[in-house]
Design a protein around this ligand. Structure first.
Ligand code: FES
Length: 101
């Protein structure tokens, strides 16, 4: 798969949040303390969309059951499940994700 654009770099401001489809993945992009975090939009607990989840420091809270996930490494603070993270990729003025095999 080729580079999938998520946003222009100048769009990444406090409060930025966007869901983008990249192949079979639905990726939630969100700004957190000046960094762009890319995570799966599916909660690893029971698959609930995370797009409306609250951000608390460096963690994302699932709106379904309230499990909290680290935005740094994906670990869950309440269970053994783990949130998938993606590494941002850059192409000129764009940030996105590159899911090449
Ligand atoms: S579906 Fe997300 S915590 Fe249960």
């Amino acid at each position: 798969m080729a580079f999938v654009r998520i946003a222009r770099l100048d769009e990444i401001r406090p409060g930025f949040r966007r869901v983008v489809r990249a192949g079979r993945e639905e990726i939630l992009a969100l700004e957190c303390d000046g960094d762009l975090r890319l995570v799966s939009n599916r909660c690893p607990h029971q698959g609930f969309p995370l797009a409306q989840g609250g951000v608390n420091g460096q963690s994302l809270v699932c709106p379904r059951h309230g499990f909290r996930f680290s935005l740094e490494d994906g670990r869950c603070f309440q269970s053994a499940c783990r949130l998938d993270l993606f590494v941002p990729a850059y192409d000129g003025q764009w940030v996105g994700v590159d899911l090449r095999d």
